[in-house]
Design a protein around this ligand. Sequence first.
Ligand code: AMP
Ligand code: MG
Length: 504
Amino acid sequence: MADFIRNAEMEHPISFNFDNTYARLPERFFARLEPTPVRLPELIKLNEELAQYLGIDPEELRTVDGVRILSGSKNAKGAEPLAMAYAGHQFGSWVPQLGDGRAILLGELVASDGARFDLQLKGSGRTPFSRMGDGRAVLGPVLREYIVSEAMHCLGIPTTRALAAVSTGEGVVRENLLPGAILTRVAKSHVRVGTFQFFSARKDGDAIRALADYVIQRNFPDLKTGASPYHDLLREVVARQAKLVAKWQLVGFIHGVMNTDNTSVVGETIDYGPCAFMDFYHPDTVYSSIDQSGRYSFGNQPGIAYWNLGCFAQTLLPLLDEDSAKALSQAEEILGTYPDLFQQSYLLGLSKKMGLLKELDGDQKLGQDLLRLMEQNEADYTLTFRGLSPLGSGNGNANGSVRHLFKKPDQFDEWELRWRKRLSEESFSPAQREQFMKTVNPAFIPRNHLIEEAIKLAVDDNDFSEFHRLVEVLSNPYENQADTEKYAVPPRPEQIVRATFCGT
Ligand code: AMP
Ligand code: MG
């Protein structure tokens, strides 16, 4: 069943606390246009808690008018809809003109705590940037983005969020005719590395400066008062990407399309296409059907983020120094901080996943050895670490659940002995350690086969029950929950999903 809609028509317009700063930038930054109305919008899911935080009354969003707004069929009061211009490197190849081809930014909401969020419809019809596309989104990918982006948020990973999913009552032509849907996406910013590249490629220095000033003003206001805000902007974007990708690696998230147009400058995970979480640990894992060469494999993600940051740095060169040689060396110096920042963040996280809070020699090797064993033994990434948590407190034993995740359990036993020896150097009590490890090693991730199952039920049978259940279980990923065995375990061989599709 889809989510319920209140039948009442609104007497007054629904109140949105809009303050649309992007719409005040020069006109060449975007195209102003209205979303295209759809035939029969129905609410699939409303994120009530997020609506409340954004200062929108969820009850109002549930009315016929609210659902019409969420489907692009009615204007929201105070919205100034526009499609943003951007460019980007897609799979390493330069594309000078991309832009919101199927998304429309309604405006910017000021939340109850003063934080600002873009409110965007994805799948809301053609725009001047649609190229050959129809501007529409398909139900399956909309549900995937809803599930995974909310799961990421609940895992504590910076991400755009999903406010609502609606079905459009219209068919969308892909290989087959598929049901259409629209996602309402919320982001701290939709400015991408590709937005800077768009102007850089046009040698539009004024626009680069205006865009950099915009990002600083809106997202990093503390940098304004520093001695060199543009250098600090680069530093901040580099640091945020390093920390973000470290977090991805620590939960096994594979973005799938890490193009520069899908790289947010505020360090949020953005543009959930053929993304997926890894079950069995292997650095070469790729799910995206369009990633034939494995450019965006799990193990390549940290390096690709570095490459994308290089593209970003290049766009800022004119702002760093009038002397281009000096600008280049300053950019290189800042970019050069990325590998260490990534490593620090990642290794600290890996140690925590093993329950190690002191930093001692040999910790890195202990972690890397475990990963290598997992790779050789096709062990489940999530379950291995979750299973380590009670082991560390002495509640588990060598015959417990973790060793059986390994094809050759005795290889794990050897590692476990080394690990226990290392644990004895920590000062936490075993119970405290178990508690702590459970806050960094999730029990639940959005497993690909479960997402596919939820999508299949919704598309084939108009049954959204699994979608709702999955979102609910994933909203509490670090807590054990009753009756959730199915959501915690990796796929059986016949359930494994080997490829994911963009669905564009
Ligand atoms: P993505 O691969 O989803 O990041 O999209 C890459 C580019 O293709 C962006 O400029 C999108 O706006 C555009 N695009 C993707 N799907 C569609 C569609 N169905 N209609 C129009 N443009 C699209
Ligand atoms: Mg994109």
